[in-house]
Design a protein around this ligand. Structure first.
Ligand code: NOJ
Length: 576
């Protein structure tokens, strides 16, 4: 519906987490040949592009977000030829391909960091690290002397995964040196110093390396984190892991220069190459600064993902982000699930017996840290809401992301034995944070093997729950009311109905209706000779009589919209 060069403004992108998609080698961990075998499935799903979470060589201490070589493929996942083959397969199927890039930190197994460790910093307190090591390997990493004669961390910064964000460097004999390196995430993920020109030049070359291989875009990990405030001031107030606070390592102005440099690299290529930013930046106006014309093309809309099941708040969130993005003339990029947050079907599931279900569930977003994961939840309601909100998301103007398994309505898995859990946030906090393993469980494809067709039967790296027997893609294939069928139909209609595309950064691309409290209702105006489309979602507790005329295009549940009555937790698309 848009000019080819603007495809990203309305693209639906499907996120693949390579460890958990499909396992052709039958070692229990997914791989690229496995993904290639699913290209026909991806094509029939009706998406426009795939985003692959990190595929790089990695010790996997943060599931691949700890990269030790940015220009190769992790042997567990395959070889360079495999990813070249995947790019070709996807392009032949008419799909674009994004990969992940992780610029904030490397793995501690990256050659730069190994080189740094082999050149331990001095213990002489009179030598400032920056000056002493300006030309040396440590200059690429944030390195500071500790306080109190080397006995305590340089400042009070905390790691997102819990505990201090500093790790003390040991000398070659294993003795503490009094020097500390920064790791905003795991201690195996030392933060790079983006003031360093070698770091900048090297990453630009990495972008070109993959663009030349035909990659259409990059998802930028922690795009709000690469610059740190000068002089490393203490955090004013530690709000545990909450990126909305004013920590001196988030959303610093200096980082925008780097995104301008990256944009220039993307613009060297034809057809258009694009970026999507993972930036947990609030409010929406700050976030839109990443999307200025000479910076990144798109960025995830996390306020939408974090919004509780509440019509008024959802409308406010949609309005706020569309207004802010319109200033930058950037589309909004809607997202409800990814590999870092609880599955929507669980998040929206009310806690049984809790009056406060909505507020409490809404907090369970950021790295799964707040959730009462032992509480009993009504998953049936949760799934209805997840399906309804998926329809709403796909009716909104802009680009949208679907996380693998969201199209199957998978729930968060909590029954994972502690010894199998791999998320560093679980490990670092000794299990205080349940972490993100529960949304990373291997996909159930069919009932042909004990691992639901994920491989030929070798136990999967995280266990799949028995209850997924009924949720396999094959089971859902033949059920026209399944979440898979709903997703396919919604994606097909989205392509067929011109009203659902178009100028997605224009606030006039959506017009609100006033229906009743608890009901979210909007119209996407008619264009290109097609009729207008209305999307109505009932987020209240009572069924709602709708007085709208119009042909029913799609309903989120089989009997969700009978005789003009929209059931709670259901959505409908109508012509308008
Ligand atoms: C965000 C990624 O999505 C998450 O999975 C990872 O742990 C952190 N960045 C650190 O790279």
């Amino acid at each position: 519906m848009l000019r080819a060069k603007d495809w990203w403004r309305e693209a639906v992108v499907y996120q693949i987490y390579p460890r958990s998609y499909a396992d052709a080698s039958n070692d229990g961990i997914g791989d690229i040949p496995g993904i290639r075998s699913k290209v026909p499935y991806l094509k029939t799903l009706g998406i426009d592009a795939v985003w692959l979470s990190p595929h790089y060589p990695s010790p996997m201490l943060d599931a691949g977000y700890d990269v030790s070589n940015y220009r190769d493929v992790e042997p567990i996942f395959g070889k360079l030829e495999d990813i070249e083959g995947l790019i070709k397969d996807l392009h032949n199927a008419g799909l674009k391909m994004f990969i992940d890039i992780v610029p904030n930190h490397t793995s501690w197994e990256h050659p730069w960091f190994k080189e740094a460790l082999a050149n331990p910093p001095t213990n002489d307190p009179s030598v400032p690290a920056k000056a002493r090591y300006a030309e040396g390997p440590w200059a690429k990493y944030h390195l500071l002397r500790g306080q109190n004669e080397g006995k305590a961390e340089p400042n009070n910064w905390e790691s997102v995964f819990g505990g201090p964000a500093w790790h003390e460097v040991k000398d070659l004999a294993g003795k503490p040196t009094g020097w500390w390196y920064l790791h905003i995430f795991d201690k195996s993920q030392p933060d790079l110093d983006w003031d360093n020109q070698e770091v900048r030049a090297d990453f630009r070359q990495t972008l070109r390396f993959w663009f030349e291989k035909g990659i259409d875009g990059f998802r930028i990990d922690v795009a709000h984190g690469i610059a740190k405030a000068d002089a490393y001031p203490d955090c004013p107030e530690l709000v545990d892991g909450d990126p909305t606070n004013k920590n001196p390592y988030w959303d610093q102005d200096a980082l925008h220069d780097v995104w301008r440099e990256w944009r220039k690299v993307a613009d060297e290529f034809e057809p258009q190459r694009v970026f999507v930013a993972e930036a947990w930046v609030f409010p929406a106006e700050r976030n839109a600064r990443y999307l200025r014309a000479d910076e990144l093309h798109t960025g995830f809309n996390f306020p939408f993902l974090k919004c509780p099941w509440d019509a008024e708040k959802l409308r406010e969130t949609i309005d706020m982000s569309m207004t802010a993005n319109a200033i930058a003339q950037a589309p909004t990029t809607w997202v409800l699930e990814n590999h870092d947050v609880w599955r929507a079907a669980t998040r929206y599931a009310p806690v049984i017996g809790s009056a406060e279900e909505i507020e409490s569930n809404a907090r369970q977003m950021n790295l799964g840290r707040d959730g009462d994961w032992k509480a009993q939840r009504d998953l049936e309601i949760g799934l209805s809401r997840a399906r309804a909100n998926l329809m709403t998301m796909l009716a909104l103007p802009g680009s949208a992301y679907i996380y693998q398994g969201q199209e199957l309505g998978l729930n968060e898995v909590f029954e994972i034995p502690a010894e199998m859990r791999q998320d560093p946030s679980f490990i670092t906090t000794g299990g205080k944070l349940v972490g993100r393993d529960g949304c990373r469980v291997p996909i159930p494809w069919d009932n042909t093997t004990e691992t639901f067709g994920f491989n030929s039967g070798t136990p999967t790296w995280l266990p799949q729950p028995e209850s997924w027997k009924k949720l396999t893609a094959a089971e859902q294939e033949s059920d026209q009311n399944s979440t898979l069928s709903l997703t396919r139909t919604a994606l097909k209609l989205r392509k067929e109905l011109p009203a659902l595309g178009g100028l997605t950064d224009d606030v006039a691309a959506l017009v609100w209706d006033e229906v009743a409290p608890g009901v979210l209702s909007f119209v996407r105006p008619a264009r290109l000779g097609g009729s207008a489309v209305r999307c109505v979602m009932n987020m209240g507790k009572q069924a709602q009589k709708l007085s709208f005329a119009g042909e029913v295009l799609l309903v989120s549940e089989e009997h969700g919209f009978d005789n003009g009555l929209l059931s709670p937790d259901c959505a409908v698309w109508l012509t308008a």
